[in-house]
Design a protein around this ligand. Structure first.
Ligand code: GDP
Ligand code: MN
Length: 376
């Protein structure tokens, strides 16, 4: 789960990681008032789940509350890499002397978390890693031992940051690592880590990803979850507990079992079509479940046809067919539906579909060709 910078900073503050004081705002007026309360020069920052906001014009400095309001007026509603900005973070502008980089993430190859520190911050770290990897100091953390103070100092020294910054940066990293483990994060990225003119080290930017599999341990992150979804259809599917991923094509796809659905995506592609989505209805095929799935898939206006690919194991194909018929009878559907049923009671299932608007198919390949031809 991705969370916004302002939310990441709330988490950091809880663990004693130094951040600039700030407030989140949804309107220019709120931004202006926030700047007035802060009584300092502020920076107004777009809150979207993509990097490179600075380059896109989504980060602006403001000397007065009026300027902060103007900056917010220009940023809210702005489109950054396809995402509309709805909120801005207004925070005290740091007087930055130098910009560093500090990251913690899981290194799957080594099966340990890795701490990365670099004196080259404020820029694309992927570029630094590709062109001058020696400029990033790395430290793999033994999960049983944790981080020792001497290791923290070592990695900070090795990074090439200013000697006077090593002390505060070490303290910063200590607190950051505590926050990283306590929140079950998969990524913490502070870029830039700002060394201010008065020698303090603070998080000017903060990016946090939380491991979805650990979310049940963090009920307090619930409020972040709603906002973590940018796509309205994916958000609705999530509310209905349906596994759905939007893919942007025109062929809607519904199946049972993630593997079968992915194989169906491949077949649709091979037949020359463009899958609109991934949707796994899982076990069972009650009409209500099928209806929910169809409703979600058809919320996407690009969908010109839908293919069902169902394997009857414990769930019998005639039950599935009944579910589909019941659901479609209660809905107004204007696109062709191709249904491929196989497994337990497949003949009974297919028999139920004859004489209806549903188009039966015997194999997955046939179903894919059918729907791609119909969609055109
Ligand atoms: P990103 O472009 O999405 O990574 O957004 P950042 O929060 O990293 O901001 C981009 C750049 O804006 C930083 O590298 C800084 O140079 C600048 N910036 C951000 N916050 C401040 C601040 O408080 N003071 C100053 N002077 N510059 C800032
Ligand atoms: Mn940044």
């Amino acid at each position: 789960m991705k969370i916004h910078e302002y939310q990441a900073k709330q988490i950091l503050a809880r663990f004693g990681v130094p951040i600039p004081p700030g407030e989140v705002a949804s309107t220019p007026e709120e931004a202006e008032e926030a700047a007035r309360r802060l009584q300092k020069r502020v920076v107004v920052k777009a809150q979207v789940h993509v990097g490179g906001r600075g380059k896109a014009g989504g980060v602006k400095l403001a000397r007065t509350p009026e300027e902060a309001g103007d900056a917010a007026r220009r940023i809210i509603g702005m489109d950054i890499k396809g995402i509309a900005v709805r909120k801005v973070l207004v925070e005290e502008a740091a007087d930055i002397a130098e910009e560093y980089y500090l990251g913690i993430t899981l290194d799957r190859a080594v099966r340990r978390s890795v701490v990365m520190v670099s004196a080259v911050g404020g820029v694309d770290i992927e570029e630094v890693a590709a062109e001058t990897p020696e400029k990033i100091a790395r430290l793999h953390v033994d999960p049983a031992m944790g981080l020792a103070d001497f290791q923290i100092r070592q990695v900070c020294y090795a990074s090439g940051i200013r000697k006077t910054a090593v002390g505060p940066a070490s303290k910063f990293l200590r607190a950051l690592y505590e926050a990283y483990t306590a929140t079950d994060a998969s990524l913490f990225e502070i870029n830039p880590l700002a060394l201010t003119k008065d020698g303090q080290v603070i998080a000017a930017d903060a990016k946090i990803n939380i491991d979805d599999n650990a979310l049940f341990r963090h009920p307090d992150f619930q409020e972040y979850q709603e906002e973590s979804e940018e796509d309205p259809i994916e958000a609705e599917a999530h509310r209905r507990h349906i596994q759905y991923v939007r893919l942007g094509g025109t062929v809607g796809i519904i199946g049972n079992g993630a593997g079968l659905v992915m194989a169906t995506l491949d077949e649709v592609k091979r037949a020359g079509g463009a899958p609109a989505n991934f949707l796994d209805i899982g076990g069972g095929a009650r009409a209500e479940l099928v209806r929910n799935a169809l409703e979600i898939v058809l919320m996407d206006r690009e969908v010109k046809g839908v293919v069902f690919n169902v394997f009857g194991g414990i769930t019998r194909c005639d039950e599935v067919a009944k579910g589909i018929l019941e659901a479609t009878a209660a809905m107004k559907i204007c696109v062709p539906l191709v249904v491929r049923l196989t497994g337990t009671n497949e003949r009974e299932g297919r028999a139920l579909l004859t004489g209806t608007n549903l188009i039966p198919a015997e194999t997955m390949q046939e179903a894919a060709l059918h729907i791609v031809n119909l969609v055109g």
